[in-house]
Design a protein around this ligand. Sequence first.
Ligand code: 13P
Length: 301
Amino acid sequence: MEANTVIKKARMIGKCIPAFNIPHIPMVKPIVQAIVDENSVAMLQVARVEWEKMQAESLERVAEEYEKYKNDEHTLLHLDHIPVIDEDYKPVLYMQLIERAIIAGYQSIMIDGSRLDLNGNIEKTAEAAAAAHAAGIPCEAELGAVMGHESKELPPYEQIFAEKIGFTKIEEAVRFVEESGCDWLSVAVGNIHGAVAELVRNQKKPEAKLDVQHIESLFQAVKIPLVLHGGSGIRHQYILDAVKAGIAKINVGTELRQTYEFALEERANDIEYAREKVYAATREYIANYLKNTDLKALLGE
Ligand code: 13P
């Protein structure tokens, strides 16, 4: 399977591809198994913050574990958030990480220049997209600010939504896509990331809403597949409507991470028990939340 084809086909049939984050290495096995057992198609992905601040170890370590359990008929490996400026506002050697991911066999990558101004974001995204395309893989980028990674406190969720704080602007999105050459666009439309800051990592995410009309307008304007980050804890009907409106990939981190971590707390260091819980939660997300059982057959991949 080729990642860009899969995403585009999913979009054409009004479905989306979930991308499950791997903050702990033992999560790879049950997530792959759940995807296969649902006869679905999905990605496994890791973000820089997950090896820097959680237990993913490195992008190579995740790729190595993925190689052990992957199923090429059902799964793809994606490199999530490589920030140009990280959540602590420190610069990152982002091109080195992207080059390493290409060597390690990642099938698509994401560059996150969303902490830069528009021109800076376009410039860095174009650089990353060129490297990805030279390697024959697609590049995801972000415009607008999907908040929640930063260590500083967020404004109350209702304020973010009402005042559309950080929302992706349509005119900017058109210019951004044209000039950067990115293939998929992560948008800010009411979604927030599960907080990764130490203090709030174990708390329940606020239930997010989505501005579905805004998603539709963005999709009509840019005409490339849109990506929804912060896929844990969004009210169900919003997800179904967002997929109809133009979301073709949805990132899911906190929900499975907390499932794994809470299971390990419940039964001290019983990794197999935690894996069973992650397996069940992944199946539940695919089947009941996304209605993506048998997506493999629908995609005809
Ligand atoms: P959640 O942790 O809210 O599911 O978000 C994950 C994500 O967007 C990773 O890029």
